[in-house]
Design a protein around this ligand. Structure first.
Ligand code: CO8
Length: 258
């Protein structure tokens, strides 16, 4: 599929997916979402870390496209919401780490896209918010589910009910982002974090992600049992043998993801 709204850049085992709809500050219409769906559904196996960012200096993603949503009825609204939610869920459940490099506005669907990623880092000009109720709708790309998980119900409800937009330093304070950098530094820092991940065993990272993601929604016994199962499975991998042999031989491990 040819992409009109995504710019894809490969840097070795790291792939950068840049949302690019500059006329609308990278707003998500159904065409953008379908391209994103195609991209994440066919992500090639040599990609070991995905970085998601927005084109330009001002915006990560300024939300779902209001001009498209303005004319929707109930069924169409349901379907548009489901499309975005399904794509974001695919991103969340990719077997590799996904870093959101939030380079500006992350409003509505933009904040929801960032939250579907494993980790968020932001530029100092980034702004976050769920302003949907000001448009007569609610967050529809899983924001009501993910925001309380990240920042707690109290703050999530305040953000969603008031629609207030918060700055990057506030997002850092409440745990919505892991770090804030100057705009020009952001992509370098995202790549640096990705490189650190690349030094580790890919199957182990994938198992850790599965254990955290799936375990979060289980009760304690089930979550611990899941971790136990995935931990045991690590011992079927060559990476475990290579990693431990390298340690015992005082060498640096080289992992093959096998
Ligand atoms: N949709 C469509 N167009 C947009 C959007 C958007 N979300 N955001 C910005 N644009 C367009 C503007 O209309 C403008 O277009 P034009 O140049 O043709 O007038 C252009 O981008 C530039 O924007 P501004 O001139 O407004 O730039 P400013 O710097 O003055 O303001 C803001 C930037 C603050 C980001 C402002 O554009 C804004 O408030 N945008 C809307 C933010 C918003 O409300 N986002 C949430 C949308 S709702 C949502 O995401 C719901 C997700 C779940 C959907 C479920 C569906 C069922």
């Amino acid at each position: 599929m040819e992409y009109n709204f995504l710019k894809i850049e490969r840097k070795g085992a790291i792939t950068v997916m840049m949302v690019s709809a500059p006329k609308s500050l990278n707003a998500l219409n159904s065409a953008v979402l379908k391209e994103m769906d195609d991209f994440v559904s066919h992500l090639d196996e040599s990609t070991r870390v995905l970085i998601v960012t927005g084109d330009g200096e001002k915006s990560f993603v300024a939300g779902a496209d209001i001009s498209e949503m303005a004319h929707l009825g109930e069924q169409e609204g349901f379907e548009f919401g489901r499309l975005g939610a399904q794509v974001f869920r695919k991103i969340e459940t990719l077997p590799i780490p996904v870093i959101a490099a939030v380079n500006g506005f992350a409003l509505g669907g933009g904040c929801e896209l960032a939250m579907a990623c494993d980790i968020r880092i932001a530029s100092s000009n980034a702004k976050f918010g769920q302003p949907e109720v000001g448009l007569g709708i609610i967050p529809g790309f899983s924001g009501t589910y993910r925001l309380p998980k990240l920042v707690g119900q109290g703050y999530a409800k305040e953000m969603i009910y008031t629609g207030k937009v918060i700055r990057a330093d506030e997002a850092l304070r409440i745990g919505l982002v892991n770090a804030v950098y100057e705009r020009e530094e952001l992509m370098g820092k995202a790549l640096e974090m990705a490189e650190r991940m690349l030094a580790n065993a890919p199957l182990a990272i994938s198992a850790a992600k599965q254990s955290i993601n799936e375990g979060y929604d289980l009760d304690a016994d089930a979550a611990i049992a899941l971790e136990n199962k995935l931990f045991g499975k690590c011992f079927t991998t060559q990476d475990q043998k290579d990693g431990m042999a390298a340690f015992l031989n005082k060498q640096k491990a080289v992992f093959n993801g096998k």
